[in-house]
Design a protein around this ligand. Structure first.
Ligand code: EPU
Length: 446
């Protein structure tokens, strides 16, 4: 097959769907080049998605900064526009005018492409008293139900009817606002915590969420809402208290750094034995990731308040079990698996958050990795070196894992399925190239 290097980044907003335009595009990575230098980490995808949904709560204009340029974020922007919100984008700065939020109906074509767009249900319902949002459906990593979101809204006095694939929610009876409630989540779901927290900001009375998710993105969303006048306490712990207010005001808010992008670059440094520096990071958000790297034999030094340096070392195997924050993040499991394939000894990886998040195993095995899967566990036996091969990304973090594996592999790896990578990594190939990686986006010719 003939390949042609095109070397240009496909802008995330150039295609209408995730699958279009990607059939013949791949990354060509020539492995075993040491990396060096500095890389700046972008704003957090998962914060940006929740906070964009959160702008619907506000009846004045808002400015967001440090918004990453990603396909998922562009899609969320399209969902908001379809609801009547005006958005002006200038690089990482988004000026958002949600005053004209008029439509309580989120469009299926958009929600079906981006699961996080279901998160608009809380803000729309609490602001307009009614919301119609299509069920997002499953995705590559699991069935991903929204029952906890729905039960939370019901506890706050919403009537919810799921019909023809759409969740129709309305404030019950003659009450104009949702009512504060005590809500215990069966599982500390990130999305359900965000939905309930947003809905509660404009509800009447106090809402308490117990067994809430504690991820840094929850804290970021709470800080954003509080900057608009919401009264949220306890975000970042397992109990969040929200005192409802009547309306929220304008804000200018900067999104936190992406801890998963940062973790991905730390692992890239570790696997290539390269002392790279990450800037614009928050150390606190990376504690579980840095702890595992240190167990594996890689030190991570704090260079300043907002920068970290990888101090590479001999890699040795370890065990990893994913769990909600402050546990080891499921969004770093695939990248660590890539690292452990070339770490001496045996490692056991247990995925507990999503039921189908080991699909990258088959692709890593194509590169020579020695991995056996049983249920939600993967046993990795460290080998001396991976070898480049054509591989297919199966989801966002799997695509990052394959890129990381390719950086350390002998020869050339061709990574396809880039529609996943572009959802969540801003300019990853430019960033890696600036560190010295041999990586190019290529287009296949038939
Ligand atoms: N769950 C339910 N019912 C619900 C909600 C969740 O059973 O109503 C289950 C899910 O099926 C899953 C588990 O709970 O098994 C965790 O799901 P959670 O709701 O915590 O995840 P999410 O909100 O759907 C966010 C991130 C994910 C990240 C998870 C866990 C966004 C947009 N997505 O998803 O990010 O893996 O939290 O930390 O915030 C990624 O960036 O690659 C990614 C998948």
């Amino acid at each position: 097959m003939e390949v042609k290097t095109i070397n240009t980044f496909i802008q995330p907003n150039q295609s209408a769907t995730f699958t279009q335009d990607y059939n013949r595009v791949a990354l060509e990575i020539i492995g075993r080049n040491p990396l060096k230098g500095e890389v700046r980490i972008s704003g957090a995808k998962n914060s940006a998605l929740a906070i964009l949904a959160g702008t619907l709560l506000c009846s004045q204009e808002c400015r967001l900064t440090n918004v990453p340029t990603l396909k998922d974020v562009q899609f969320m922007g399209q969902v908001l526009s379809a609801l009547g919100v005006k958005i002006e984008q200038n690089q990482d700065v988004w000026d958002i005018d949600p005053r004209q939020l008029k439509d309580a109906q989120a469009p299926y074509e958009l929600v079906s492409q981006l699961r996080a767009s279901f998160f608009v249900i809380g803000p729309i319902l609490t602001r307009l008293g009614v919301a119609h949002v299509p069920l997002p459906g499953g995705c590559a990593i699991g069935s991903r139900p929204v029952d906890l979101h729905v039960r939370g809204l019901q506890a706050m006095g919403a009537d919810v009817l799921i019909e023809h694939g759409v969740v129709n929610a309305s404030v019950k009876g003659n009450k104009k606002r949702l009512q504060g409630a005590n809500i215990f989540l069966d599982y500390p779901s990130v999305g359900a915590t965000e939905t309930i927290m947003m809905a509660a900001t404009l509800a009447e009375g106090e809402t308490i969420i117990q067994n809430a998710a504690q991820e840094p993105e929850i804290v970021d969303l709470a800080n954003f809402c509080n900057s608009m006048g919401a009264k949220i306490k306890g975000a970042g712990t397992n109990t969040i208290t929200i005192e409802g207010v009547k309306s929220l005001h304008s804000t200018d808010y900067a999104i936190i750094p992406d801890r998963i992008e940062a973790g991905t670059f730390l692992v890239a440094g570790a696997i290539t034995h390269s002392p790279i520096t990450l800037t614009a990071v928050n150390h606190e958000h990376l504690i579980p990731v840095i702890a595992k790297l240190e167990e594996i034999g890689v030190k991570v030094a704090r260079e300043s308040e907002t920068s970290l340096k990888v101090l590479p070392g001999e890699l040795r195997g370890t065990d990893i079990e994913t769990s909600p924050h402050p546990g080891f993040p499921t969004d770093m499991q695939a990248q660590f698996m890539a690292l452990l394939t070339v770490s001496e000894g045996n490692s056991l990886i247990t995925e507990t958050v999503f039921e189908n998040r080991l699909r990258h195993v088959a692709e890593l095995k194509r590169m020579g990795a020695d991995i056996k899967v049983k249920g939600n566990c993967a046993m990795v036996r460290g080998i001396y070196r991976l070898s480049g091969a054509p591989v297919m990304a199966t989801d966002l973090r799997a695509s990052a894992a394959l890129v990381i594996a390719a950086l350390a592999a002998d020869g050339t790896t061709i990574v396809q399925g880039l529609q996943h990578l572009d959802r969540g990594y801003e300019n990853i190939e430019q960033k890696l190239r600036s560190l010295g990686a041999k990586i190019n986006r290529i287009q296949y010719q038939s």
